[in-house]
Design a protein around this ligand. Structure first.
Ligand code: ASP
Length: 626
């Protein structure tokens, strides 16, 4: 008899499938080691796998901490008829496995528990997908049965990581003397550029709260209050059309500081992120982070969130283009636009077909008419641009854009925004295609001095590029004669900054306007007249007139940061209960229609088509007094 079989047979005499007086675990399913051999333990968990080895029955018992192998004699096993994902309690003796059966891949792999008592705590329907294993499960199924999805090791690991990461970040802020303050969820609109989620008021018919797009106004008011260093793990709500990396509600690490400039915010965050990565992950992130102005980012990388882990920077061909023989290039410069190039060395091979089919498609969808290309050569090179590169022009162009013989040069010409977008997208595409990025590197960059305003041609008005509380670089906004009709507004820079990591925008912030008159002037430029200013922002404007300190702040998207820190692209895998791309919660079936009586209470009548309208219910009972 093997030791296991001997123990099973003796244990069976004492076995009983019964409700035990104390079914609670003495150890978790990840605890047991060789040092526990000989002790009697009780484990609780889920049946992960069952194997029948003729007379002896093995169960892999799983909980959050790991998996332990449990051995049952046939009688015990038959009596209980375990199914997958049953929740059980098992008592038994820990024994050492035979050397041949040790499982080195499992921390508990040196031992097993020979059960003498087993209790089913709860049965399970057959799960719609296996909990252990790597199978692809459709997103819909995962979200509908999120509790089962979260039972899987990967998702469980993500949530544990998230918790550890946020804990480390919170501690880092507290070490720097920040105060954690909770701001309201039922509040008034705070513009961050999205639509608001509205909540009707029962007590004030026809009036609504807005869920915060960010705690912006409250955190500025906390500075007026003298709190000086505030932070919060803040839930924000933005009703936007969703993309794979967006959620209607998301979490930010939001902060604000008084008596500071950009520099202080950058240093604070560098320290916090350094400590967070170190404490949560054992990763040493290099600080300080490089800084780059928005204009520099656009000119060099074509995007405001550059992935600086690889080169392939945009080269300026403007000086050459100005006097070249190609009319389209000359016109672009004459009209105040750009002619820029990407220079791809022969080690990254691009065929004519790659350029004319693939890359030209990207260029066109980014707004260009096409993509001019030239295989550089002192004798004129090859490609559509070759006929404009006769004689000395070829060598001059090569010098201008730093190209060598045989490099593939890709050109975009026209308005600067289009040129940036076209080459920025192609650069990112080539970075991926040629594997230019070393995985596992965290490369942070501050991007500073964004434009202050953006012109919207449809509504014919200016919008804040960040939000309307962002300070301009020049407090006088370029002079008293600058008003909403001044085209000069498009050239003004703001004191907004973003933190970018590996080509992702992690967060943004700004130095704020702490002067009431400047804030009013900005509102006016944005088309918000005095009455609307008072109605929407009266509280803030009033607060700013009671000795507001100069202040600045920043907020980082925690869903994205924690996802990226695990090498995940999709923030959904870092959120316990995320919404689908159409903003629904498949598990709880939200949003959903509500009883007419409930609507009546909040003074709302919907205009739903009959098919979707809820049946008229009997009048609701008056609410119970607590
Ligand atoms: N409200 C943030 C800030 O400027 C930005 C954001 O929420 O995206 O601090």
């Amino acid at each position: 008899m093997t030791p296991t079989a001997r123990l099973v047979s003796s244990a069976l005499h004492a076995s009983a499938v019964q409700a035990t007086t104390d079914w609670r675990r003495t150890h978790t399913c990840g605890d047991l080691r060789a040092s526990h051999v000989g002790s009697t333990v009780t484990l609780n968990g889920w049946v992960a796998a069952r194997r029948d080895h003729g007379g002896i029955y093995f169960v892999d018992l799983r909980d959050r901490y790991g998996i332990t192998q449990v051995v049952l004699g046939t009688e015990l096993a038959d009596a209980v008829k375990l199914g997958p994902e049953f929740t059980i309690s098992v008592r038994g003796k820990v024994i050492a496995r035979d050397a041949a059966n040790v499982n080195p891949d499992r921390p508990t792999g040196a031992v097993e528990v020979v059960a003498d008592r087993l209790e089913i705590l709860s049965r399970s329907k057959t799960p719609p997908f296996p909990i252990d294993g790597e199978e692809e499960v459709s997103l819909e199924t995962r979200l509908k049965y999120r509790y089962l999805d979260l039972r899987r090791a990967g998702m469980r690991g993500n949530l544990v990581h998230r918790s550890r990461f946020i804990h480390a970040m919170r501690s880092a802020f507290l070490r720097q003397n920040f105060v954690e303050v909770e701001t309201p969820i039922l509040t008034k609109a705070t513009p961050e550029g999205a639509r608001d989620y509205l909540v009707p008021s029962r007590v004030h018919p026809g009036e609504f709260y807005a869920l915060p797009q960010s705690p912006q106004i409250f955190k500025q008011i906390l500075m007026v209050a003298g709190l000086d260093r505030y932070f919060q793990v803040a839930r924000c709500f933005r009703d936007e059309d969703l993309r794979a990396d967006r959620q209607p509600e998301f979490t930010q690490l939001d902060m604000e500081m008084s008596f500071v400039e950009e520099d202080d915010i950058f240093r604070t965050w560098e320290q916090v992120l350094h400590e967070t990565f170190r404490d949560a992950m054992g990763v040493e992130v290099a600080i300080p982070f490089p800084r780059m102005s928005w204009l520099d980012a656009m000119e060099r990388y074509g995007v405001d969130k550059p992935d600086v882990r690889f080169g392939l920077e945009l080269r300026d061909a403007g000086a050459w283009a100005k006097t070249c023989e190609f009319g389209l290039f000359r016109d672009a410069i004459a009209n105040g636009g750009r002619v820029k190039a990407l220079v791809v060395p022969p080690s990254h091979e691009l065929s004519r077909k790659d350029v004319e089919d693939g890359l030209t498609g990207i260029a066109k969808s980014a707004g260009a008419g096409g993509l001019a290309w030239w295989k550089a050569g002192k004798e004129g090179g090859v490609g559509p641009l070759a006929r404009f590169c006769k004689g000395e022009a070829a060598a001059a162009l090569m010098t201008a854009i730093g190209a060598n013989e045989g490099d593939m040069c890709l050109f975009a010409a026209g308005a600067r925004n289009t040129v940036w977008k076209v080459l920025g997208e192609i650069r990112n595409h080539l970075g991926k295609r040629f594997g230019l990025v070393k995985p596992g590197t965290w490369s942070f960059t501050w991007v500073t001095q964004f434009p202050m305003f953006e012109w919207d041609a449809d509504s014919k008005r200016w919008f804040s590029a960040h939000h309307p509380f962002t300070a301009p670089v020049e407090w006088d906004l370029g002079g008293a004669d600058v008003d909403a009709s001044s085209p000069k507004l498009g050239d003004l820079f703001s004191r907004a900054y973003d933190l970018v990591m590996n080509g992702w925008e992690l967060g943004s912030g700004s130095v704020r306007i702490h002067k009431s008159d400047v804030q009013q002037r900005i509102f006016t430029i944005l088309g918000i007249g005095p009455e609307e200013q008072e109605r929407k922002f009266g509280g803030l404007l009033e607060a700013l007139s009671y000795g507001a300190p100069p202040h600045a702040g920043f907020a980082i998207g925690l869903d994205r940061l924690t996802a990226l820190s695990m090498g995940l692209d999709n923030i959904r895998d870092m959120i316990a209960f995320p919404k689908t791309a159409s903003a629904t919660d498949l598990m709880c079936d939200a949003p959903s229609i509500v009883d007419p009586a409930q609507l009546a209470e909040v003074h709302i009548r919907t205009t739903l088509p009959a098919a979707k309208a809820p049946a008229t219910a009997a009048p609701a009972a008056p609410p119970k007094q607590p």
